[in-house]
Design a protein around this ligand. Structure first.
Ligand code: DGP
Length: 113
């Protein structure tokens, strides 16, 4: 997807503070952090949202979750962390390339807003 913001980050056409990556997923700091740790983990392949994912993306989504857990461990978020995957504009998704927010380093209330 040539005009997708996160695809441009994958292709290093725009800068990002990358923390970690594996063959299929990339983790970088959110530009507008909502917590002391706020990292986005994305599949390198363009998938617009969880609604667009197919059974063939199941392993890819597993790679994203596993990288998110590695990031949380590296960030030493010892009191716990939260993964958020906004799906659809009604849930606050603004970038239509699947991304998991890794949030931690402060108390996180429940339920989320
Ligand atoms: P969401 O609302 O769930 O679609 O989250 C999109 C997130 O993407 C939001 O927290 C801000 C972040 N973001 C938007 N543009 C950029 C960017 O250019 N670089 C980085 N690092 N993050 C971005």
């Amino acid at each position: 997807m040539m005009d997708c913001l996160f695809c441009k980050i994958v292709r290093q056409e725009i800068p990002a503070r990358v923390l970690k990556e594996n063959k299929h997923a990339l983790a970088f700091r959110d530009i507008n952090p909502q917590a002391p740790t706020h990292v986005l983990v994305i599949p390198k392949k363009h998938v617009a949202s969880l609604e667009e994912a197919t059974p063939s993306d199941a392993a890819l989504l597993g790679e994203v979750l596993f990288l998110a857990s590695e990031v949380a461990r590296d960030e030493k978020i010892t009191s716990g962390y939260r993964l958020v995957l906004n799906t659809g504009s009604g849930a606050g998704q603004s970038v239509f390339h699947i991304h998991v927010h890794v949030l931690g380093g402060r108390p996180l209330s429940w339920p989320p807003g």
